[in-house]
Write a protein that binds this ligand. Structure first.
Ligand SMILES: Cc1ncc(COP(=O)(O)O)c(C=O)c1O
Length: 389
């Protein structure tokens, strides 16, 4: 029988599941005993893969999952995840029944939503609802105590709706100056004080707050970026209570190697001109994979050495300047470790003048994800086709 590879272009992202497991386990140990943990796996697990990350996080002690949209939650259910899931973003009131039937909790942040959801609801089981409070983020959420109390009363009055949780989201928990964070926490406590009783889950801490502030843990936290081993901000690097282990790496291989002469050009626009005879390697990754044109000039690793990307990055390929002739098939690392040299997600973020969150999210689904445990490949996810494995 012919054994197919799971992917047919030598460009892949590797996800270290042991690191994700350890990051979750360490967070569970760090937060107060009995505090529940939501593993935030929205946006395809910040680009790492929703299902594998969710499974690993649950094995490591996560109690709940959180995603941004109902589609993401349904996708997890269809892949066999049975753990409780909360949708953090807006869900249409017309879709309340669907959410309830999949046992997916939704976020509510105005009364009109509830009115419309009640009209449309014919679910087989009650819909779990978390109320979102806006304490300073200015995104989703109720801002006024009276409005909150009224919504909570309405929720409690409907037997088809289960008021399961209440939460808010911090805008600056990753900054060393804590004034705004403290204002938001006080505002949240003030809003809670208007309720006769609290629901089962009260949560407001993202990674940054979970890592730093015990008084914001209430009885659950929402762990996103730190689960993937990335620091919520550069400012926080020196104050982490435990080391975070990066889990995302990105690799490719040389598909063509050639010597060009002084004066020869490389890539679109002929903007790169060799100053001397140079070895140029072509790698099969480009802006359509999320390796965007702004990364021109950035370094990748070949044989433990940093080498520059030269000329414009094309849609599917780009060129690097090699220190000498290398064989076709030589591994090239764009993020992660290669022969003792390391390029971190943060290094890429710095080059792009953005945050690490954006870097792993932008590596597209044309790049297969290869999952590693104990150094061994345990699963390959390539959404492009099903010739496997
Ligand atoms: C509402 C909400 N909670 C929690 C998180 C997780 O935050 P972090 O990735 O900083 O841990 C996010 C992420 O954006 C979010 O939007």
């Amino acid at each position: 029988m012919v054994k197919h590879a799971a992917y047919f272009r030598d460009t892949w992202a590797e996800i270290n599941l042991d690191h994700i497991f350890e990051n979750v386990k360490n967070m569970k140990q760090h937060i107060k005993g009995g505090t529940k943990l939501f593993a935030v796996v929205k946006a395809n697990g910040y680009g790492h893969g929703d299902y594998q990350v969710a499974k690993t996080a649950l094995e490591a002690g996560a109690d709940y999952l959180a995603v941004a949209f109902l589609d993401e939650a349904i996708a997890l259910r269809e892949k066999g995840i049975e753990a409780p899931i909360l949708v953090l973003g807006a869900t249409r009131p017309e879709d309340a029944t669907l959410a309830a039937n999949f046992n997916i909790a939704v976020t509510v942040f105005h009364e009109e939503w509830l009115k419309r959801a009640v009209e449309h609801f014919y679910g087989e089981q009650p819909l779990k609802v978390h109320i979102k409070c806006d304490t300073g983020m200015g995104r989703l959420g109720i801002r006024e105590k009276d409005e909150l109390r009224h919504l909570a009363d309405q929720l409690l009055a409907h037997e088809n709706f289960l008021f399961e949780g209440i939460y808010t989201h911090f805008a600056t928990a990753d900054e060393l100056t804590t004034t705004f964070y403290e204002q938001q926490l006080e505002r949240f406590k003030e809003l809670l004080s208007g309720l006769d009783s609290l629901p089962e889950l009260v949560h407001c801490s993202n990674s940054a707050a979970s890592l730093r502030f015990e008084d914001a843990q209430f009885n659950a936290v929402r762990m996103g970026i730190s689960m993937y081993g990335l620091t919520p901000s550069q400012e926080m690097k020196d104050i982490l209570p435990f080391p975070l282990k990066e889990s995302f790496s990105l690799h490719t291989k040389l598909v063509h190697v050639k010597e060009i002469k002084a004066g020869d050009a490389v890539s679109y626009g002929a903007t790169y001109i060799a100053k001397e005879n140079e070895w140029i390697g072509t790698i099969p990754i480009g802006y359509a994979d999320g390796w965007i044109r702004k990364l021109q000039g950035f370094k990748v690793i070949v044989d433990g050495k940093l080498v520059p990307i030269v000329g414009r990055i094309c849609m599917d390929q780009c060129m690097i300047k090699l220190p000498s002739k290398y064989p076709i098939g030589e591994k090239v690392t764009l993020i992660g470790e290669n022969n003792g040299m390391f390029v971190s997600v943060d290094d890429v973020a710095e080059k792009l003048e953005t945050i690490n969150y954006e870097v792993t999210c932008m590596i597209g689904n044309r790049v297969p994800r290869v999952y590693k445990k104990d150094g061994k490949t345990v699963f390959i996810h390539n959404p492009l086709h099903s010739l496997i494995k």
